[in-house]
Design a binder for this molecule. Sequence first.
Ligand SMILES: [Zn+2]
Length: 109
Amino acid sequence: MCLLGKVFGKDNDKSLNLKYPFIDAKNIAAIICCHVIKDNKPILYVSHDADDGMWQFLCGGSHEEKDAMVVSLHKVYLHDTSVSSIATLPLGGVAERKDINSTWQIYRK
Ligand SMILES: [Zn+2]
């Protein structure tokens, strides 16, 4: 029998086993749209602003200022761990995907 299986059993929060992928601190502020948080829409557009280093995670729809929410980068990651694949997006970079199963298209703004 496997003792490790008992200690690290399936009751553990699986997010604990995933490595936080960003070089930015977990507690830095990031912008996420309310559609992702409240309506559970997928993140389809990410930008890493060159001027202030701010990360933005949007659903890909159209947005007004009131749709933006400020959360910690760690919260974004816990909400959708698939953002780990664009965690190295450089300053001034944008990543977009058509849907959650598509690969990210990365370009500069
Ligand atoms: Zn949105």
